[in-house]
Design a protein around this ligand. Structure first.
Ligand SMILES: [Zn+2]
Ligand SMILES: [Zn+2]
Length: 335
């Protein structure tokens, strides 16, 4: 009586259901980091996914979590596949049951004293799967300088998903981009916060955002120098946090120092900004004698609190960028 239904169940038992995944308009596939707490969404070029990526290992562009290639389906793709598989199974069983009912009804003698009929109600009729759609293309496309794999992210990425490589130059420029975004979005953040939490908290948050731009820049430049300096030896801890010491190290390694790329005025301004960062980190921004001495900034008296302006941050980023570019060019020629 249930021949077709039993056959359909057997077919499902033995077979695999595969749900196709579509690429986006630019030919990229959605991927997601499987590490709990990261779940970073990114995209990989479909061609490169087959030609360059390895089955054994893929790396998260954000946290460098490493896992085999079959573990990078996005949560949305997994959910879609689960739903599609279920729909298809239901559809196939439903169809088999309908066939069984039809056969059963056909076999019933007509005009007898007692007649029986079987009816299958409801259920889904779809017996095929719909591919998982791709999310919107991402703007920031990156090609790894080490293995040439192409991938795309929102915001920034630290590592190549195909080989785990971390590009020192890209990381530095991404950091500067992040700081620039922090500076440029002040007013939007302030406006949103005033509505949400009130003017006092909005002001505190925005000031803190602005001030962290300085420490972010110092750390980004320090990490950048440390990586670039690797071929020349291991410098003392945090030496690249200090402009004079860092400049001396580079002079020893490359024969050029920061004043080759910055004018005396620019170098002076950068020193003041470095000292401001130091005050914020260690004195909560309150000016002391040491600050006045070291920075040569006479616009404050000890006891005052420094102010970090938007112009400060703009200048700061421009100068770090200039130094970064100079160093990269020189290191490349030195290779
Ligand atoms: Zn991750
Ligand atoms: Zn790579």
């Amino acid at each position: 009586m249930f021949d077709e239904t039993i056959k359909a169940l057997k077919r499902l038992e033995s077979g695999k259901i595969s749900i196709p995944i579509e690429e986006d308009d630019k030919g990229y596939l959605d991927k997601q980091c499987p590490a709990e707490g990261c779940e970073f969404l990114f995209k990989v070029n479909d061609e490169d996914w087959h030609d360059i990526f390895k089955d054994e290992a893929v790396w998260c562009p954000m946290c460098r979590h490493e896992a085999p290639a079959d573990q990078w389906y996005t949560i949305a793709q997994v959910e879609h596949s689960r739903n599609e598989a279920l729909t298809m199974i239901k559809g196939q069983i439903n169809r088999a049951m309908r066939t069984d009912a039809l056969n059963f009804n056909r076999r019933q003698p007509r005009g007898g004293f007692l007649s029986m009929s079987m009816d299958v109600k409801g259920g889904t009729h779809r017996t095929y799967v719909i591919p998982a759609q791709a999310a919107e293309p991402m703007q920031l496309e990156i090609q790894c300088e080490s293995c040439n794999a192409r991938f795309a992210v929102i915001g920034s990425a630290f590592f190549c998903p195909a080989c785990g490589f971390n590009s020192v130059i890209r990381t530095f420029s991404d950091s500067l981009r992040k700081i620039r975004a922090k500076k440029d979005n002040q007013e939007t953040v302030r406006a949103a916060l005033i509505d949400a939490v009130g003017a006092d908290d909005a002001e505190l948050t925005c000031r803190s955002l602005k001030e962290t731009c300085l420490s972010d820049g110092v750390v980004a430049f320090q990490k950048y120098c440390e990586r670039l300096y690797e071929p020349f030896g291991t410098p003392k801890m945090n030496v690249f946090q200090r402009l004079d010491d860092g400049s001396k190290l580079w002079e020893g390694a490359l024969g050029v120092s920061y004043d080759d790329w910055l004018s005396p005025d620019e170098l002076e301004s950068l020193k003041v900004l470095y000292q401001k960062r130091h005050l914020l980190a260690h004195q909560e921004g309150i000016v002391d004698e040491k600050y006045v001495q070291r920075s040569g900034d006479t616009s404050y008296k000890p006891g005052q609190r420094i102010v970090v302006s938007k112009n400060d941050i703009e200048l700061f980023l421009d100068l770090l960028e200039k130094l970064g570019r100079g160093l990269a060019e020189k290191c490349e020629r030195n290779d």
